[in-house]
Design a protein around this ligand. Structure first.
Ligand SMILES: [Zn+2]
Length: 467
């Protein structure tokens, strides 16, 4: 009898899901989804102000809250929970802006928080108003409980991660570094539980990420009448260049994080795949194993910089030689390399002076050169982070491994890493591997997944910030 009771009611020391916190998290989440914070017509400031009011209601002093930014629509919220000061502060970051969403593309109104079939629907449910609500709820819960962490915990909810000209993390680092200076940073915009039909597979922690870069590849030509073709032709120059790119493979490279990722994966994979991974991890790596693994798009992108043609346009009339041919090539660059380095490599790959390679920024402006900024090599995986993460994961999702990972996209962590702040993407949200809808239509998050994410973050953050 007692055994049955024990399994029905887990010991209280594990922490019961707190109903008031669950409701608060839901309410903040709903409110944020229903505030349009797109770059085109939305307001990040409105989302910052609404969240600040939640903190004020919970007893945060106005002196511990700032709403600030470069213009009226792009104001960020910075809140500080005072700790005992035993360690340097911990900074939590999350972006409040969302990708555009058109009503006609969606089944439901993307800016209406809809609860349906066990899911919350709305733009930002995955990326990442869920995380904003969870972090805010956690700090409010700490305040209500009178919890004093062993360091200040700063929360920065910010603008323009998805696009726009006023990236909040960048702006705060440049203009108010003192407000957000910290020993390390947790970004809720990544990591989390990867699941398959609701079954948790692994807890990932993103400790590094690739750098995003677009390049405009163009060929120009004097052109002329198509009845008397000349040997040089802008379309041929461009397509020959792209064909070289198709066959080109950037260098194989592992870093501290991807190496740790594969070491751990080798223990849970099929024997055949585990064998390939062992070969790849050798020094020097077994090049056959690398080649075989690289046929998988995810393994390939984890171990190489990738550049791929994504758009093409050329010519101006059916009966004229083309004067211009242009393609966009999108690159995801491994840590330790800059966009300018890759631009130079592309020029060598194309090996044609008639083909130019120019950098395109987020707003579509084109530059002759790219930035020398690198995605920084990953910080060491700190035991004071990994330890609590493994402990809480084992409590909440028994038996799944914690896997350090590299995000193949890019997030605001690029700015904090560039500023010398070790940054980890950590969350307790579970998303099915085939239900990743960030930036897509009918974005949604499981209600159960959200509630568990609320509880995880509370336990995890408390474990990291207590003696
Ligand atoms: Zn995001």
């Amino acid at each position: 009898m007692s055994l049955i009771l024990l399994s029905l009611f887990p010991p209280a020391s594990q922490g019961q899901t707190d109903d008031a916190s669950e409701k608060l998290a839901h309410d903040i989440f709903k409110q944020l989804i229903e505030i349009n914070s797109t770059d085109s017509v939305g307001s990040v400031t409105a989302a910052s102000e609404a969240t600040a009011q939640r903190f004020r209601n919970a007893g945060y002093a106005d002196s511990d809250m700032q709403i600030l930014g470069p213009n009226d629509r792009k104001k960020n919220l910075v809140v500080r929970l005072r700790g005992s000061g035993k360690h340097k502060p911990l900074l939590l970051i999350g972006h409040l802006d969302v990708v555009e969403a058109k009503r006609e593309d969606w089944t439901t109104d993307p800016f209406h928080f809809v609860e349906k079939d066990g899911f919350y629907y709305g733009r930002g449910t995955q990326d990442m108003k869920s995380g904003d609500a969870i972090m805010a709820t956690t700090l409010i819960r700490f305040k209500k409980e009178g919890y004093i962490p062993d360091r200040d915990i700063i929360l920065a909810l910010t603008a323009d991660e998805e696009g726009g000209k006023s990236n909040g993390v960048d702006w705060l680092l440049k203009n108010h570094r003192d407000l957000i200076d910290a020993e390390m940073v947790f970004n809720h915009d990544g990591g989390g539980i990867l699941s398959d039909h609701g079954k948790p597979l692994m807890m990932t922690v993103d400790a590094t990420e690739k750098l995003y870069a677009d390049f405009q590849i163009s060929a120009t030509n004097p052109g002329g009448h198509s009845s008397i073709p000349r040997p040089d032709n802008a379309i041929y120059s461009l397509t020959n260049a792209l064909a070289r790119l198709e066959r080109y493979q950037f260098a194989f490279e592992l870093n501290e994080v991807t190496r740790a990722y594969y070491e751990r994966m080798a223990k849970v994979e099929t024997p055949e795949r585990a064998g390939e991974i062992q070969g790849m991890l050798k020094t020097p790596p077994d090049s056959d194993a690398v080649a075989r693994l690289s046929r998988d798009p995810i393994d390939n992108s984890t171990t190489h910089t990738t550049c791929v043609a994504t758009r093409l346009s050329a010519g101006h009339a059916n009966n004229a030689l083309p004067q211009r041919a242009e393609a966009n090539v999108n690159c995801r660059i491994l840590p330790g390399h800059s966009a300018e380095e890759i631009r130079q490599e592309l020029i060598k790959v194309f090996a044609d002076p008639a083909v130019t390679v120019r950098y395109v920024d987020n707003s579509g402006n084109v530059f002759d050169q790219a930035s020398d900024r690198k995605s920084f090599p990953p910080p060491p995986l700190r035991l004071d982070v990994l330890g609590p993460l493994e402990k809480i994961t084992a409590e909440m999702w028994p038996g799944i491994p914690v896997i350090p990972d590299m995000a193949t996209g890019a997030s605001d962590g690029l700015y904090t890493m560039a500023a010398g702040l070790p940054t980890y993407q950590i969350s307790g949200i579970a998303v099915d591997r085939d239900d990743i809808r960030a930036h897509g239509r009918d974005e949604r998050l499981g209600i159960e997944s959200f509630n568990k994410g609320v509880e995880f973050y509370y336990r995890f953050l408390r474990a990291v910030t207590s003696e």
